[in-house]
Design a protein around this ligand. Structure first.
Ligand SMILES: NC(=O)c1ccc[n+]([C@@H]2O[C@H](COP(=O)([O-])OP(=O)(O)OC[C@H]3O[C@@H](n4cnc5c(N)ncnc54)[C@H](OP(=O)(O)O)[C@@H]3O)[C@@H](O)[C@H]2O)c1
Length: 399
């Protein structure tokens, strides 16, 4: 009963219609809270409540929806009777989730209890679907449009592990006609992170902005973790931006990185990181000034060793750097914060550029494995955790 009462107080709704939850009732502990820009704080911290803002169009409205919740620390539960969400500000859009996909952050936040301001919480950060409702300021989208979006963990309504999610219009992109919903569901996290890392934080020119002639000699970029889903996008974007990619993968995914355009692929099997660094330096000498680490911990240190010891250089650590890591004076650590996409509207340009590249087919989507139903999210996250995806992206079909 306590869990039911909690869900009702968090999601609002009719007291006579308690949500149906499958899950183990445990203690409820708030997870860490993280500050957001004042501009967005109001709309993002708000939980689902009835809204006074009129939506422009309302299709047949349902009273309840389903969601895969984190009901308590380390505990998932399927709620099948939570209230249909509300539009709280005029810039918001309700998307009917057709497909969402799974990312390491989805299980890490549950396992290590972060990025969930309270329980029950709804995870999931990338979605493709159809526009269900639009707020009165929304001009770019109409009901029925096919779209994708990258969402933010500060708003329970924005979690994509539910049948409907609510997001601000600047975070929504039209689904290119050549992509289906499953492909669109892969763009909001890995693809967008690769795009912003390269074009925003490493300050590489976007393909549409760069002169058509290639730089000579080529500027190298190291992508450690070239077969990760994020790495696959990063290789392709870097290529389109005229960089010469050195990717580190295992032997079994070497061909994948080559096919995507890596000029040099260094396989990591049976090698120490120092041996890999020596191979990188044999290619670049002391000229490598950009690196993206998509694996973490020890590989971050190795990227630092591979970077030039004398030239101004930047490392973008997408996973994490070892505690107490010594950063050489000539190296800048790029602050990768994907919340910037949500809280700074100007960053939409990076999503538009990636949409253009996947839309015209010059950047391809990773191989996709599809699971069916919100019930499969938890199992999918376990598959991701086992790390046996070999570059495939896990998509969960919700509708
Ligand atoms: N900061 C952010 O906003 C952000 C955004 C996106 C992702 N990330 C982080 O980036 C990481 C990757 O995410 P993802 O979804 O792209 O991952 P993923 O596709 O699930 O990555 C799995 C792949 O990692 C590769 N790998 C494992 N150990 C490696 C090593 N020592 N060297 C090279 N490759 C290795 C394996 O490929 P091989 O078998 O080929 O080696 C494996 O197939 C995660 O830690 C994630 O949390 C962070």
């Amino acid at each position: 009963m306590a869990l039911r009462r909690l869900l009702l107080s968090c999601f609002g709704g009719d007291n006579n219609k308690a949500p149906v939850v499958v899950g183990i009732e445990k203690e409820f502990e708030p997870s860490e809270s993280i500050s957001v820009s004042p501009k967005y704080e109001k709309s993002y911290i708000r939980s689902q409540s009835s809204s006074s803002i009129e939506s422009v169009q309302i299709s047949k409205r349902r009273s309840t929806t389903r969601a895969l919740c984190v009901v308590a620390k380390h505990t998932y539960g399927l709620a099948s009777d939570i209230p249909y969400p509300s539009i709280d500000t005029p810039d918001e859009i309700i998307i009917r989730t057709v497909a969402t996909s799974l990312n390491p952050i989805d299980y890490k936040s549950v396992d290590y209890n972060f990025c969930m301001p309270s329980f029950p919480w709804i995870g999931g950060r990338e979605v493709a679907g159809t526009v269900e409702e639009v707020g009165s300021n929304v001009t770019e989208f109409k009901v029925g449009d096919h779209v994708w979006a990258s969402t933010y963990y500060r708003d329970r309504r924005a979690g994509t592990f539910q049948e409907f999610c609510v997001v601000p219009q600047h975070t929504v992109l039209p689904l290119p006609t050549r992509l289906d919903f499953n492909a669109g569901a892969c763009l909001g996290v890995a693809a967008l992170t690769a795009a912003m890392t390269l074009w925003k934080w490493l300050a590489v020119e976007m393909p549409s902005a760069r002169p058509k002639t290639a730089a000579t000699p080529p500027r190298h970029i190291l992508i450690w973790g070239g077969s990760t889903v994020t790495g696959q996008f990063a290789i392709q974007f870097a290529n389109r931006s005229g960089l010469s990619v050195i990717a580190v993968t295992s032997a079994k995914t070497r061909c994948l990185a080559e096919r995507l355009g890596a000029a040099n692929v260094i396989t990591r099997d049976h090698k120490t990181n120092d041996e890999i660094v020596a191979e990188i330096r044999a290619i670049t000498g002391d000229d490598l000034t950009m690196a993206i680490d998509i694996v973490g911990n020890t590989t971050g240190s190795s990227c630092l060793q591979a970077l030039s010891a004398t030239k101004a250089s930047t490392l973008a650590p997408l996973a994490f750097l070892k505690d107490g890591e010594q950063i050489p004076e000539n190296v800048t650590i790029a602050p990768i914060e994907m919340k910037r996409f949500i809280i700074e509207e100007g960053n939409r340009k990076y999503a538009e550029e990636l949409n253009r590249l996947v839309g015209d087919g010059s950047v391809s989507i990773p191989e996709i494995e599809v699971l069916h139903g919100l019930e499969m999210v938890q199992e999918g996250l376990e598959m991701l955790k086992r790390g046996d995806m070999n570059g495939r992206k896990l998509v969960v079909r919700v509708a």
